[in-house]
Ligand binder design. Structure first.
Ligand SMILES: *Cc1c(COP(=O)(O)O)cnc(C)c1O
Length: 394
């Protein structure tokens, strides 16, 4: 059986596996910074050109990390991948490695705070020009790209209000001017995403989220063509020290085995929860792209085939009511990770998005009553009961 014919769940369990002379069943953790060469000549030869399974230094590559990279590239449908120490190292690496002073980038405005920092503060410091657009408005993308545009960047589903960007349409606009499409796909998950099929050139993930799935380790990955990963991203990443630890790679490999099952179970529960909340009189809005009433429902289904694993809702009564609600939750934890087995409630206005100016919060729909719920693996009815009891306790 050739690897190419493997379907998702098979690839998630087996793809990229390497076994030592011991034939260990589970993926080994090669907890080593370096590798011993049999001779000085062999060392010289490897530095000239390292073969497929020849490693030099863990900052450049490591067998456990390589297993993870091959497994996630197979899932994403890209030729290659480079694993990084965090999601932010992946976002920074993908963009910084390919951009030069004088280049232009167009980005959606609705970004994770640290992504916004890279675009607004880091890239601009080195002479890259950045234009921000409303990601859902295709006319703004059309108006913003120019022949100098080297990349467009967006989160395919935004944090925290779950607004989708049409990957196919934005990719067409970007490719018309020769720009690369870089997508932060965390909220879409690698299971529901078909970003590359839909036109994206480079896909980045924080594997801290669904890939680990149990809130243990920080990690990230850049997926793309072999040319982009090895010729553009790798030289920058390996010399600036963004590598994923072999131990983290092992955690991520184990997360991959159950990733499909977990994301689907979480999305099923997210729909159940959204349906249970949508008519609740104590809420002024419930945002879940899997609901037929969501304005981007058709796009979500075409792009992801699912509404995803997060639900956002706005509690009437603002911050005070939202805090009472959070404090009354029993099963659902107050925290700021997502994609975890444990359900997590976040109050973006006072935590993840606290630093934004009020007009930015208003533009992004981050209201004082907004709660972002990352739906975990608990029983869906227990979660609905927990939410309803907390709403009653306000
Ligand atoms: C969490 C997150 C990141 C950053 O990932 P880290 O692993 O925390 O560095 C980037 N983008 C999005 C959309 C995220 O949710």
């Amino acid at each position: 059986m050739t690897k190419k014919t493997w379907k998702t769940r098979t690839a998630l369990v087996h793809e990229g596996s390497r076994r030592s002379q011991y034939g260990e069943m589970a993926e080994a953790i090669f907890m080593t910074q370096g590798f011993v060469y049999p001779t000085a000549e062999a060392a010289e030869a490897r530095f000239i050109k390292a073969g497929e399974d020849e490693f030099i230094y863990a900052r450049y590559g490591n067998p456990t990390t390589r297993m993870f990279e091959e497994r996630i590239a197979a899932l994403e449908g890209t030729e290659d991948a480079f694993a990084t120490a965090s999601g932010m190292a992946a976002v920074n690496g993908a963009l910084t490695s390919m951009l030069r002073a004088g280049d232009h980038v167009v980005s959606s405005r609705a970004l994770f705070g640290s992504c916004l920092y890279i675009l607004e503060e880091v890239l601009t410091r080195y002479g890259v020009k950045v234009t921000f657009v409303d990601g859902a408005d295709l006319d703004q993308w059309r108006g913003a790209v120019t022949p100098a545009t080297k990349a467009v960047f967006f989160e395919s589903m935004s944090n925290p209000t779950l607004e989708l960007v049409d990957i196919r349409a934005v990719s067409r606009i970007a490719h018309d001017v020769g720009a690369l499409v870089v997508v932060d796909n965390v909220f879409a998950t690698p299971i529901f995403s078909k970003a590359v099929e839909q036109g994206a050139d480079v896909v980045v993930y924080s594997t801290t989220k669904h890939v680990d799935g149990q809130g243990r380790a920080l990690g990230g990955v850049i997926c793309g063509t072999r040319e982009f990963i090895r010729k553009v991203a790798e030289p920058y990443l390996k010399h600036t020290g963004a590598a994923m630890s072999p131990f983290t790679s092992w955690i991520m490999l184990n997360g991959m085995a159950t990733l499909d099952l977990r994301c689907r179970a979480m999305a099923d529960s997210a729909l159940t929860i959204a349906e249970a909340l949508v008519d609740d009189p104590r809420l002024s809005r419930v945002v879940y792209p899997g609901l037929q009433s969501h304005p981007q429902h058709d796009l979500a289904m075409a792009q992801m085939g699912s509404g995803g694993t997060l639900v956002a809702f706005d509690i009437k009564g603002g911050k005070e009511a939202a805090f009472k609600f959070c404090n009354a939750l029993e099963i659902i934890k107050i925290s700021n990770n997502l994609g975890d087995a444990k359900s997590i409630a976040t109050h973006p206005a006072t935590t993840t998005h606290q630093r934004l100016a009020q007009d930015q919060k208003d533009a992004l729909g981050i209201t004082p009553g907004l709660i972002r719920l990352s739906v975990g693996l608990e029983d869906a009815q227990d979660l609905v009961d927990d939410l309803k009891l907390a709403l009653a306790a306000m």
